[in-house]
Design a protein around this ligand. Structure first.
Ligand code: SF4
Ligand code: SF4
Ligand code: SF4
Length: 352
């Protein structure tokens, strides 16, 4: 692969041709703020927060959409750059609600983080503000378009990752708003509620309903596991606080899925703490299920299998396995069918 050599803040680095200035800087630990940029999505250079100074270039180019070329000399933290970023943040918060005290995203909001870092403390361009009602038209996530900074990450995630293209920019200028076709409520759109838009939103504009009030995102301990729903085997992080699962997020390093999940994997975790969940085996006696011990339940299954095998032969028994089980569990069932019971009658839902 062809390499190019650039100098960033005095450090010389070689990167593959085609690398953006933003990625080159981040690869050597130089922090550049960016709101519309997401490593999983096409860069668009919309928020302009990632501007840098490049020798022999006019103006301040957005580093996420500027490609490194041989010999480029880049400076990421000059007075001019800092001033430009501060102005962009001031303009962004000019019509922002600034209710960080109660905002679900507080502590993990990029807008809040950058305003803190750049010392943007008040909205010096105070003027008209939006007062959209919070949209609550679906069971899974809330949309507060007053906190939307029109970065377009949700639009690109829905189009590029999910392939649904539910969202786009509507209206123009100050009234620009993200939403489904004809600005209908999400609940009336073709949204499949995968929550990918929620996962990439840098502010509190999109929040998962079930997590509201359960704790700050950064307070949750993340425990890596596999989604229990299908054979795709997405890697998920259980978000745990005070011993309870308060949410599920895609694991960024998950080979299958990264941060992205389907509606079941992301939102279908309430069964974990449901009081309707079965905690002991049940054995039907006189038509009624009664709680039993594992020894009783397994003993009953073993005796019934033995009885059927002795009476009608091993091939009168069949085993159905599931893609929800791990490979190891499926392997064990296969071994049990063939080696213990003595039949090859074993099938799996994922075979079809
Ligand atoms: S979205 Fe971010 S900046 Fe806006 S109120 Fe919430 S935490 Fe504060
Ligand atoms: S939940 Fe999924 S399908 Fe619906 S708008 Fe968001 S990304 Fe698109
Ligand atoms: S809803 Fe979130 S991700 Fe979508 S444009 Fe607004 S701030 Fe960006």
């Amino acid at each position: 692969m062809a390499l190019v050599t650039v100098t960033i803040d005095g450090q010389t680095v070689q990167v593959p041709a085609g690398t953006s200035v933003l990625d080159a800087a981040r690869s050597i630990g130089i922090k550049i703020p960016a709101l519309c940029h997401d490593p999983d999505l096409t860069p668009v250079g919309a928020c302009r927060l990632c501007v840098v100074e490049i020798e022999n270039m006019r103006n301040l180019p957005a580093s996420c959409v500027t490609t490194c070329t041989e010999g480029m000399v880049i400076r990421t933290n000059t007075e001019k750059v800092i001033e430009a970023r501060r102005t962009i943040l001031e303009l962004l918060i000019a019509n922002h609600p600034l209710d960080c005290l109660t905002c679900e995203k507080s502590g993990s909001c990029l807008l809040q983080e950058y305003c803190y870092e750049y010392g943007v403390t008040s909205d010096i361009y105070a003027g008209e503000k939006h007062s959209y009602p919070i949209e609550d038209s679906n069971p899974f996530y809330l949309r507060d378009m007053n906190k939307c900074i029109v970065c377009g990450r949700c639009i690109r995630a829905c189009e590029e990752i999910v392939g649904r293209s539910i969202l786009d920019f509507a209206y123009r200028g100050f009234n620009t708003k993200v939403g489904p076709f004809m600005d209908t409520p999400i609940g009336e759109s073709e949204c499949v509620y995968c929550g990918s838009c929620v996962a990439v939103c840098p502010t509190g504009a999109l929040t998962e309903k079930n997590m509201v009030g359960k704790g700050r995102k950064w307070e949750a301990k993340k425990v890596k596991t596999v989604c229990p729903y299908c054979g795709t085997g997405c890697t998920i992080d259980l978000n745990i606080k005070d011993g309870k699962v308060i949410g599920v997020t895609g694991n960024p390093d998950g080979d299958v899925n990264g941060r992205f999940l389907c509606v079941k994997g992301r939102f279908g975790y309430q069964f974990i703490h449901s009081d309707k969940r079965l905690k002991t085996p049940l054995i039907k006696k006189d038509g009624v299920f009664k709680e039993a011990t594992w020894d009783e339940a397994l003993g009953l299954v073993a005796s019934k299998l033995k009885e059927v095998k002795e009476k009608s032969g091993p091939d009168s028994i069949g085993f159905l396995s599931s893609a929800r089980c791990t490979n190891e569990e499926n392997y064990l069932l296969n071994k049990f069918a063939r080696a213990v019971v003595g039949t090859n009658n074993i099938d799996h839902c994922a075979r079809l």
